[in-house]
Write a protein that binds this ligand. Structure first.
Ligand code: MIC
Ligand code: SF4
Length: 654
């Protein structure tokens, strides 16, 4: 038991039910929520369906940062909906242009010792100021806004001891890349990473936030730093020192697992295509010709990152064959680099300045050329995510990005013979609160009418889980399938997020363009359930619940995989899809496309905790599957999903 750790203390003070023992189901009170526009419309539609009059959290913020290309009415309509919902229900609104939710949340709202649930997988970024910040599906966030606690399996608390001092040119990004190199994209599942040791003294809040942000790529529940004098100075400069409390691990704190990183032995690292854990030292891929470079995303576009990048470019030019862009993480960071002259350095060096938003990270513009190499300061480089199916995306620190932009090829920045620029934190940040819309008072809020454009379609209704499933295997996929594979994003598909009927046409679009047609045939003509068979870490990556909701709409009732990623597993349950795991992983090969499958006695077995027998009628084989479900999740599944479950409970209370 990790008593005395920072994470344990916060969980303990928010515990609603359960015991803080790894693997036990716990429920915690949620103080703050955040949503962004791509997941937010659905989350608020669900919140509205819950019939609550006003959010019950201490603070809820709705950010507009993802769907920023407004090529027609869809995205602006969604934004207008979000703005009216925020006014109606007592929610803060961060207007488009304000910046990426995670960075802005750290700057303006994150509070040590509190809990935050966000409908985005990188919500743990706020762990950089010592809070428990967890990413979840929109429906879970809607439930938290309605005052429900958040249920999760108590994670193991892993202590990450940082010793020594980072050498020049080695940065926070390299610390998290080193962890990804060691642990892989599934190494953090069921774990909280808590950083401690002398090495944290060297890291400013934005640098800590780079590390907690990209902990999401480990599959971790969250990551956290203590709240210390560095946090205090940061919050003071943000004009909110009163939000600070000291939160340090006890001297005798014990961690469930321990990892040590000697910072002085690290070197600049880079994640190669197409996975954030495909990490090597930069020198190993040195010389790779580069087509585009971009500094941005919620991982590495803070004031610190942009200022150092700007200093490096002073008096230098981007290579003529490279297109270089900067997307500042927040308006605050953009304002600061305008004041300190770094913006001019970027312009003189030949940079494109993009909007302060997610942009290229989610394929919203700035796609690389065919087969192109793009070096980015981002967190994800899944195949096709950039918008160009055959692009090769590398992930590295902003410093490696700038050095490569100057050289025209990937290069270890230490080779350029430039002095390591020092960046001082400002005494006072420009708060920029003029672009936030605060919540309305209760009476006034009640009079607000909610705007619904034609892009917003009502939620489909889903039936309960049948007693036994008659189905057909309509897709078989391999290991580490991402939610970008299941429900792609990008400029074309993201605007359909509030229209399940339209977006479901794109499920598995780039993996198997025939899947949707096949699934509909099985659902409508054969009147059977669709069954998907997957490998390890199924559904890694984002929190987008559309990767569960849209398949459910297409008639998927069961996914059988070797293992699941945490948020996607929860989303499947929330939308009434049964996630089963092979007891023996070799059984994966006992299914072929088109196999007829029967899963009998579901209710009885799920309710009594017995393994599930999956009968492959085509081959005659019986495959034994287990499930990793809490008692609450079983009842949610049987009800056909969380919304049905919540409504059912309300009827019982009435
Ligand atoms: C992402 O980085 O993939 C996203 C877009 O931010 C997602 C959320 C979404 O799909 O809207 C995430 O990380 O959760
Ligand atoms: Fe936005 Fe990219 Fe961060 Fe997701 S990972 S929140 S798309 S910047």
């Amino acid at each position: 038991m990790a008593r005395g750790t920072v994470a344990y203390k916060i969980l303990q003070s928010h515990l609603v039910s359960g015991k803080l023992l790894p693997g036990e189901e716990i429920a915690i009170r949620i103080d703050q929520t955040l949503t962004q526009d791509a997941t937010g419309t659905m989350a608020y539609l669900q919140f509205e369906a819950m019939g609550v009059d006003r959010v019950k959290t201490e603070l809820s913020v709705s950010y507009i940062d993802h769907n920023m290309l407004q090529t027609d009415f869809k995205n602006p309509d969604d934004h207008k909906y979000l703005m009216s919902v925020a006014k109606r229900y007592g929610i803060w609104l961060s207007k488009p242009g304000n910046g990426i939710c995670h960075q802005v949340h750290v700057e303006r709202f994150a509070k040590p010792g509190k809990t935050l649930l966000g409908s985005d997988s990188h919500t743990p970024t706020s762990g950089g100021v010592g809070m428990i910040a967890i990413g979840a599906g929109g429906l879970d966030v809607a439930a938290a806004m309605a005052g429900e606690p958040f249920y999760l399996k108590m994670p193991k608390i892993v202590g990450v001891k940082l010793t020594g001092k980072l050498p020049p040119w080695v940065t926070a990004k390299d610390i998290i890349l080193e962890l990804l190199r060691r642990l892989t994209v599934k190494g953090g599942v069921g774990k909280i990473f808590e950083y401690f040791g002398e090495g944290i003294e060297e890291l400013s809040v934005p640098e800590r936030a780079t590390i907690t942000n990209m902990g999401a790529e480990l599959g971790a529940t969250t990551s956290i730093f203590p709240s210390d004098h560095i946090t205090r100075a940061y919050l003071r400069a943000q004009g909110r020192e009163e939000d600070w409390i000291e939160l340090l691990p006890e001297p005798d704190a014990e961690y469930d697992e321990l990892i040590e990183i000697d910072l002085s032995r690290l070197e600049p690292l880079i994640a190669c295509p197409h996975s954030p854990d495909n990490v090597v030292p930069v020198r190993e891929v040195e010389g790779t010709k580069v087509d585009q470079v971009v500094i941005g995303s919620c991982t590495n576009s803070s004031f610190v990152d942009l200022t150092r990048a700007g200093k490096l470019l002073e008096g230098r030019k981007v290579h003529e064959d490279v297109i270089f862009a900067v997307a500042p993480g927040s308006k605050q960071a953009l304002e600061l680099i305008t004041q300190n002259g770094m913006l001019l350095n970027f312009l003189k060096a030949g940079a494109r300045i993009l909007e302060s938003a997610c942009g290229p990270c989610i394929g919203m513009g700035y796609a690389p050329p065919s087969g192109g190499v793009s070096v980015r300061s981002f967190n994800r480089n899944f195949e096709g995510r950039s918008g160009t199916p055959d692009a090769k995306v590398y992930l590295a620190s902003p410093e490696v990005c700038v050095a490569s932009a100057i050289a025209g090829y990937i290069v270890d920045p230490r080779k350029l013979g430039i002095d390591w620029p020092k960046v001082d934190m400002p005494e006072k940040f420009p708060y920029g609160d003029e672009t936030f819309i605060p919540p309305l008072a209760e009476e006034e809020a009640k009079r607000v009418e909610i705007y619904r454009g034609p892009n917003i379609k009502p939620l489909p209704e889903f039936d309960e889980l049948p007693e036994s499933v008659e189905g057909e295997v309509s897709l078989i996929v391999g290991d580490n399938i991402t939610t970008d594979h299941i429900m792609p994003a990008g400029a074309k598909i993201l605007p359909l997020r509030s229209n399940i009927y339209a977006i479901s046409e794109y499920v598995y679009h780039y993996v198997d363009p025939d899947f949707v047609g096949r699934a509909k045939l099985i659902r409508d003509q054969k009147k059977k359930a669709n069954i998907i068979v997957g490998g390890e870490n199924y559904g890694q990556g984002s929190s987008r619940e559309h990767a569960a909701l849209a398949p459910r709409f297409l008639g998927v009732r069961v996914v059988i995989a070797k293992s699941f990623a945490r948020i996607h597993h929860a989303n499947l349950v929330n939308f009434g899809i049964l996630p089963l795991e092979f007891v023996s992983k070799e059984d994966y090969s006992k299914f072929s496309l088109g196999d007829e499958v029967e899963i009998p006695q579901l209710m009885e077995r799920l309710s009594s905790g017995r393994d599930i027998v999956v009968l492959n009628r085509t081959t005659g084989e019986e495959i034994i599957c287990k499930y990793n479900l809490t008692p609450k999740q079983v009842s949610v599944l049987l009800a056909g999903g969380l919304l049905n479950w919540i409504k059912g409970r309300q009827e019982v209370t009435l």
